[in-house]
Design a protein around this ligand. Structure first.
Ligand code: UTP
Length: 271
């Protein structure tokens, strides 16, 4: 069973500047609710029991969001507002599930994952990238089912326009296992249009094996000088670890860019 999830939150969020110069993008409201709460709901509804947040000193506002008890208790006493009580209850529920670890420097997603090494208990765990919202269908829940069926690692996959492949990690597939699942041969970080083996992109949901930590300890920086988790995944695939690309059925919203963030708000509000 997959019981633990990790969420890397220690990036700089430069694409959402100037907002991110003083604020964590994951707390920005999407239709009145911080983006991170959509991710937490997805975790809870897929049976996750413990969630590890990887933050940095610059992102401590995220921890504060869940640890503002004194403030809530005082306000609830003064105002007796049932809405505030309910919101506080929800925050307390999440707080009980969340552990925090720190990544001092944003050296890349691979380095962020490595910070959770001591806390991962089982052979597989879930990772969610909070910029990638998937609505209308619980992608993590579907992926956990795929993991159970095939006893392997899983990554969320989506078809993107061929001209946009250089914005994503792109899969080369080996063979189709069933309608929505295929075995992966390669995953290439941000390939050129010419060199891309397909238009199937990695989206921010991963079921990873615990053995990835041994590889991460030796992982050298890749494109842009960052330690990319996709490079480590490729190294595991080279060692014959089975990885499946899962074509998910929910709707993907990219909240990591200004335009994407605005569009996400509009789309969620329309549901
Ligand atoms: P991205 O590189 O896509 O986003 O990281 P970013 O760094 O937050 O923002 P930009 O690119 O500067 O606009 C994907 C996810 O991995 C986390 C980020 O917080 C984001 O959730 N991350 C990235 C880390 O936790 N540590 C890192 O060193 C890099």
């Amino acid at each position: 069973m997959i019981k633990q999830a990790i969420i890397p939150l220690a990036g700089l969020g430069t694409r959402l500047l100037p907002l991110t110069s003083v604020f964590a993008k994951e707390l920005l409201p999407i239709n009145g609710k911080p983006g991170i709460e959509y991710i937490l709901e997805e975790c809870v509804n897929s049976g996750i029991k413990e969630i590890i947040f990887i933050i940095s000193k610059k992102k401590e506002i995220i921890k504060k969001y869940f640890y503002n008890d004194k403030f809530y208790k005082k306000i609830i006493k003064q105002k007796k507002d049932s809405r505030i009580k309910e919101e506080y209850k929800k925050i307390l529920k999440y707080k009980k599930m969340i552990k925090f670890v720190y990544q001092d420097k944003p050296l890349g997603t691979g380095d962020a994952v490595l910070k959770t090494k001591k806390l991962i208990k089982d052979n597989y765990f879930l990772m969610l990238l909070p910029d990638d919202l998937i609505i209308k269908n619980n992608c993590s829940k579907s992926m956990i089912k795929v993991h159970k069926k095939y006893k392997s690692s899983v990554m969320a996959s989506m078809n993107v326009k061929k001209k946009n492949v250089s914005r994503w990690g792109i899969f080369k597939l080996r063979k189709k296992l069933d309608k929505n699942n295929s075995l992966i041969d390669d995953v290439i970080e941000k390939p050129s249009v010419k060199s891309a083996p397909s238009n199937k992109a990695v989206i921010g949901r991963y079921i990873l094996p615990k053995k990835i930590f041994t590889k991460l300890l030796k992982q050298k920086p890749g494109k842009g000088g960052e330690i990319h988790i996709t490079d480590t995944i490729q190294s595991l695939i080279n060692d014959r670890e089975k990885f499946i690309a899962h074509n998910f059925s929910g709707k993907y919203l990219d909240c990591g860019t200004m335009n994407g963030y605005i569009q996400s708000t509009i789309k969620i509000a329309k549901i």
